[in-house]
Each structure stands twice: as structure tokens, then as C-alpha cells.
Design a protein around this ligand. Structure first.
Ligand SMILES: [Zn+2]
Length: 75
């Protein structure tokens, strides 16, 4: 089996192109991943009714008024 000159030149070129495309796709998808724009979650305190937001994206957050732990408000 003999490899022709165009094949010897094309194969490394093709694989480097695939690698560049793969990196581009990886970063393009990563930048559009959910959570990139900072969204604060909204909580309503079950004890005092205080409505507050927490940007840390946690399932529970402490009320700033009375200190009770509350679940995230469903939107
Ligand atoms: Zn409270």
C-alpha cells in the first residue's frame, strides 16, 4: 500500500481542522450554557412573609429579616 502525496498532506490538515472546529464548538456551547447570565432566585419567607432574592442559586436561603431558611419560590 502506497499513500499518495495528497493523502499525506490532507489527513493532518483534516484532523487539525476537526480539532479547531471541536474547540470552537466547545467554547460556543460553553458561553451559551444556562447559568451564565446571573439570575437571582426569589424566596418568600414562610415565617414573616418577607420577599427577597439571592443570586447564589441555592435551593434554600436564609431570610434577611428573621433568619428562617426558606425554599425557592416557584416561577
Ligand atoms: Zn423572615
Amino acid at each position: 500500500m502506497t499513500t499518495s502525496l495528497p493523502t499525506v498532506l490532507f489527513v493532518p490538515f483534516f484532523f487539525s481542522l476537526v480539532a479547531v472546529l471541536g474547540c470552537w464548538l466547545y467554547y460556543a456551547l460553553r458561553w451559551r450554557a444556562p447559568g451564565r447570565p446571573q439570575r437571582s432566585r426569589i424566596y418568600r419567607c414562610a415565617a414573616c412573609g418577607h420577599v427577597y432574592a439571592d443570586p447564589r442559586d441555592r435551593p434554600m436561603a436564609r431570610c434577611s429579616r428573621c433568619g428562617t431558611m426558606n425554599d425557592v419560590l416557584k416561577r
